[in-house]
Write a protein that binds this ligand. Sequence first.
Ligand code: LMR
Length: 331
Amino acid sequence: MFQKINALVATAAVAALLVSGSAFASGPVKIKFSHVVAENTPKGQMANKFKDLVGERLAGKYEVEVFPNSQLFGDNKVLEAMLLGDVQMAAPALSKYSRFTKKLQIYDLPFLFKDMAAVEKFQKGPVGQELLGSIGKKGLVGLGYLHNGMKQLSSSKALKVPADADGLKFRIMSSDVLAAQFKAVGATPLKKPFSEVFTLLQTKAIDGQENTWSNIYSKKFFEVQPYITETNHGLLDYMVVTSKEFWMGLPDADRAVIKKSLDEAIAFGNDVAAKKAMDDRKKIIDSKRTEVIELTDAERAQWVEVMKPVWVEFEKEIGKDNIDAAYKSNM
Ligand code: LMR
């Protein structure tokens, strides 16, 4: 794997030289931003805002092209494509970086963060910032975290306690932590691309999935899942990423404007995320297409008890100190 990544990095270096050499001679430099979600989501809106800001500030020099809904690449391909120079920016979920670093698996640990304020606190702190740099050795640059929100469990069956999930099949992102989390409740996890989830649910090839309110709403999962349990059991957060070669190939002044635009777009996207988590939840409930199940404290405690041992399983790869620091951000 390392050899493959190194080869990709070398190819990207050549591609970046070509880009910087011929940059402005033939029109604006294109910054392709690929993502998998709908435009009307926190990530979709962040990407469009970024496009607008760069368009205002660097008109004629740079042009951001946004490709939503897995139109250009799914998350299983996008990072390799980035190292080859086929796409310049993306923001995969933190769960999708495990081929590049095991440390980011921390964000998948069930029931680690009690809310988004704790996530924000941790990410702004020294350990969160160090983790942002954890993909740096593989030719990628983490430019910033972006929020979506807490995940809920949707299913063909009403899930109140962990035993209700026993024997069911759940789609997960490509994360071993998420696989362990579902195995802990006796369910079967299946790693599948986001673009396939709706059809898998609709055809009943799988029984359920976990996602945020905005993804469940914008991709209409609630129309093909009779139950959604409001578990808030895990986090869906992103890292906006680019290739080192592309990024370092930019003139300093342009890079600074692009980074500032991105930071502002991320702040905007985070506000959208907070608002959509509430609004899309309400729209789903009001649709009456699905039943939203709220857990009692005793029921929730059962999920915590069954899933939390996953932390120990991944402690070595993630680092116990990192987990402790994340846990402290709840206080
Ligand atoms: C998923 O695959 O469920 C999410 O990563 C999709 C996304 O980017 O929000």
